[in-house]
Design a protein around this ligand. Sequence first.
Ligand code: GLN
Length: 443
Amino acid sequence: PEVVAAYAQSHQETPEINAFIEHFGADAMAKANALTKNQDASLLWGIPGALKDNISVKNKKLTCASAMLENYTSPYDSSIVEQLNRAQFINLGRLNMDEFAMGSTGRYSSHGATRNPLDAQRVAGGSSSGSAAAVAAHQALFTIGTDTGGSSRLPASYTGVCGFKPTYGAISRYGVNMLSPSFDVPGILAHTPEDIAMVYQSLLKEDTRDQIVRPIAYRFDNVRKQPSLKGVKIGLLDSLLDRADADVVKAYALVKQLLLDAGAELVPFDLGVESELIKVYYILMCSEAATTLSRFDGARYGNAVDASDIESLIAQTRIQRLGHEVVRRILMGNYFLMEENYAQWYMRALHIRGQLVERFTQVGKEMGATLWLWPGFHEAAMISAPERDNYASDIVAVAANLYGGPAVALPVMKGSHGLPVSVQIAGTVGNDEAVLQLADLIY
Ligand code: GLN
């Protein structure tokens, strides 16, 4: 109970960070008190965590930071919550995010922007803005976010914590609001790779309610072993540095040297489709989002407006209850999927995605490099800065989602404004244990 009280107090002391949409203060204390009477060896016994507000918790609201779902209460627990409850964690609340997980700054939220605990004038990154800020501000020991195109890794980097995107399909998404199902994975944020590794262990479980779930070989104990890197081949994705700023280049070089000093053999490779990554990601993600979000029309789901006929009910509900970024992406997605555009946009993007998957598989198999160093993320923008085209900052993030492999972002140094700069460790599909192990070694 003391630990939970301490975390709840940090939340009370710095509410302006706006990491939580709802804090479960009293419920969390009640659970902590109940747990003290039943001490056991569960992995997360009594550990205070919190979840992004697109992950269902029974009898709690689930808004995805959208006015569309303002009044929606979840009738069931997500698989993630079932698993965390089984491990005896304590749920501190629902975390802020960009509306429906679209965005990189945390400003597209019906609950207002999340502020960066390291500098309140800056954004916390997105879309899992609250998940990152809560860990950084010691308002939760670990958090669960989601990662469709970097949404766990980018905000983690902006706030100086670690963010992990697991292999696609390793964690069940039953009860997680779908955005773009061929990319979506839950993410884990915490202060260290070791903390992430522990939470990850408790989430791995087969689940027929999410058809993509396929078990991977993973043991938390192995992550903590620190094997030698002598002769281990590590792939270098230098080509993603082209658009990176000086701080990211420096952080990347720093870790490269560290790996060399530890005896690793560095194997440079490129993807051949670097310039297409952002386009391919946004064409596919918008197309899928247009489909998954079509159910929020006020008739099937959502906070309907009063209207005299069904047509205007649907149109007005969408216009009044969805933010402009969400509407923009739904429109783009529908454009890419129109009969006359489908082959030229959607199918072409799918084809390039296939090439990328082949390339990564080849690097793993033929070049023998199953672990990779990638550039990470640079400093967070000012809250007051105009919302510029933030799509470009996604370039180092989306490769992992397009391909499906694991990637973790680690803050490794301070940049020009004293803010953290990160690198990413990534790897072949299913190689999550080794990715976290290497991250732990570097960290
Ligand atoms: N910046 C990405 C986007 O806006 C992140 C999305 C995500 O991972 N949920 O699409």
